[in-house]
Design a protein around this ligand. Sequence first.
Ligand code: DAH
Length: 337
Amino acid sequence: MKEKLLEIKKEALGQISSPDADLEQIRIKYLGKKGELTAVLRGMGALSAEERPVVGQLANEVRASIEEAIAARGAELREKELAEQLCREKIDVTMPGNAPKMGHIHPLTKVQRELENIFIGMGFSIVEGPEVEYDYYNFQALNIPPNHPARDTQDTFYITDNILLRSQTSPVQVRAMEKIKPPIRIISPGRVYRSDAMDATHSPLFHQLEGLVVDKGITMGDLKGMLETFAKSLFGDSTRLRFRPHHFPFTEPSAEVDVSCFVCGGKGCRLCKGEGWMEILGAGMVHPFVLSNCGIDPEVYSGFAFGLGIERITMTRYRIDDIRHLYDNDTRFLEQF
Ligand code: DAH
């Protein structure tokens, strides 16, 4: 029996050290419930009382050395595999990296945020209004009744006779005045729609930014001072403003406002088409009719409003000659900003 045990030990250790050893198979074969060592131990009943402890001890030693050998070989194999894996997966940290391609903010968004920051700096808050709007807010409350000729230039997309895609951000003035009582100092940027065919200067969808200030004692002087500060922040300190009389149904008096050309300073150049001036917005004193429509007493309060096209400012600023570039999503164009 001793010989059998020593033979088992020799055979097992030999297999464990072989290069393609399957350690789990070997463990089952020798130490498992139906393994060879177990089989020998089962036969111990046939031994004499003197032999039994001797064989038992030897059997334990054999078991221990097989277990140890399996553990040691296992560790060795794992280490070898790890070393091979590290070798295979070597990373050269000096190689140039694959930088992920980062996008950036669209020029229109960039300009919109810049405008917002200028007005926030002057104490304005930002409010938003719906793009799907009632005829009442887009036109009637702004002193543009049905059949008013001002509707011609602002023809838009109708959902029903009374519901349309807003053609201007001015309806937000009305919504704001209905909700907030003076003093009011808000801007409202957003999308507007008109049923215009797409060309170099027109798009059926574009962006405006509306401004509204209502309080006691607001005058056209406040409007001019505020717009001058705004224009200087946007186009530089030497910028001058020019107010041209105009007509908007919701302001009285109304004006179109030009800035001196930021390229030639007013002398006339290619950008301003020789004019020296560039139109940037419409503005005026809020019409008393509009104030009373919103429940604000025009005898007590007065206000000014203005509206500008974000595309126009962006195109002037970056000298973009075709509005369609702003919507084409051509990265060769967008990457320039
Ligand atoms: N809503 C006008 C437009 O789309 C722009 C405008 C002009 C807005 C004068 C105003 C304003 O608030 O006072 O042409």
